[in-house]
Design a protein around this ligand. Structure first.
Ligand SMILES: C[S@@+](CC[C@H](N)C(=O)[O-])C[C@H]1O[C@@H](n2cnc3c(N)ncnc32)[C@H](O)[C@@H]1O
Length: 265
């Protein structure tokens, strides 16, 4: 008996040895990522046929989540091949997140087949850290057949809460966009996210105002030369602010998280 067990174990070991080797060489994950989309596209076809009515029912109220503009911004987390696209309402603006870049080709095909949608972008990221998606920017997040195989469901749900626009339950039990956020607080939030935009606008206004203020006291300088100086200074300020903004975003999104191991925003 012991000999049989030994032989069987040896046989299993020999059979899985190539997988061990591929894993050791770091190739196994690469192969899986390459092949999985081909498997998923076939699987989704069968799965959608069986689940069509359930999916239709599940996604039937997505429209109710549209933002104040009437448009629905939807994030599909772990989008795979885009098998859910056909169940989304017309005009829906879809952002896709998936850690596997090999899905892009399949997504493009799904987008072409679902002209009723407005495709926004494909973000290659794991749901645990999708910092490329801005805070409070989505009306709905869809995630099917994903949470069972992720590293941290908790972190994903935290990220989902971060990207979802705040909503409140109205008296008739309907979720509506949280309108508590007035124009001013929205402006403050956007300014906090991209501080160099208001700085650039303020600088531009300040330079132009100063230029106009000193127009009369320009002495013997030609008016056209004065205006050119003013324009160059104002443009220079805006270009400087935009450049600083880009550098700041790169630092915030890519350098700071690596240096200080802080979650990306
Ligand atoms: C079984 S497929 C489901 C695809 C699609 N949601 C569907 O219902 O057809 C799982 C998907 O989740 C993605 N995925 C795996 N880990 C993930 C993670 N940590 N965050 C987001 N997506 C992930 C995979 O790349 C794959 O596309």
């Amino acid at each position: 008996m012991a000999l049989t067990v030994f032989i069987l174990r040896l046989a299993v070991l020999i059979l899985v040895l190539p997988l061990y080797l591929l894993n050791f060489l770091g190739l196994w994950s690469w192969i899986c990522k390459k092949c999985f989309p081909y498997f998923l596209v076939r699987f989704s076809e069968m799965y959608n046929k069986r689940m069509a009515s359930k999916k239709r029912e599940l996604f039937s109220n997505l429209r109710d989540f549209a933002g104040p503009s009437g448009k629905l911004s939807l994030l599909e987390l772990g989008c795979g091949t885009g098998a859910n696209f056909k169940f989304y309402p017309p005009g829906c603006m879809v952002t896709c997140v998936d850690p596997n870049p090999n899905f892009e080709k399949f997504l493009i095909k799904s987008i072409a087949e679902n002209r009723h949608l407005q495709f926004e972008r494909f973000v290659v990221a794991a749901g645990e850290n999708m910092h490329q998606v801005a805070d409070n920017s989505m009306d709905a997040v869809v995630c099917t057949l994903v949470l069972c195989s992720v590293e941290s469901q908790e972190r994903i749900l935290q990220e989902v809460c971060r990207v979802l626009r705040p909503r409140k339950m109205s008296s008739d039990n309907q979720w509506s966009a949280d309108e508590d956020e007035g124009q001013l607080s929205r402006l403050i939030r956007k300014s906090r996210d991209s501080p160099f935009v208001p700085v650039g606008i303020a600088g531009f206004m300040a330079v132009v105002s100063y230029g106009l203020y000193t127009l009369k006291s320009r002495r013997d300088q030609k008016m056209s030369i004065h205006l050119i100086h003013m324009r160059v200074a104002a443009q220079g300020f805006v270009v400087g602010a935009v450049t600083l903004g880009v550098l700041y975003s790169m630092y915030k999104d890519h350098i700071r998280p690596r240096l200080f191991n802080v979650p990306k925003k």
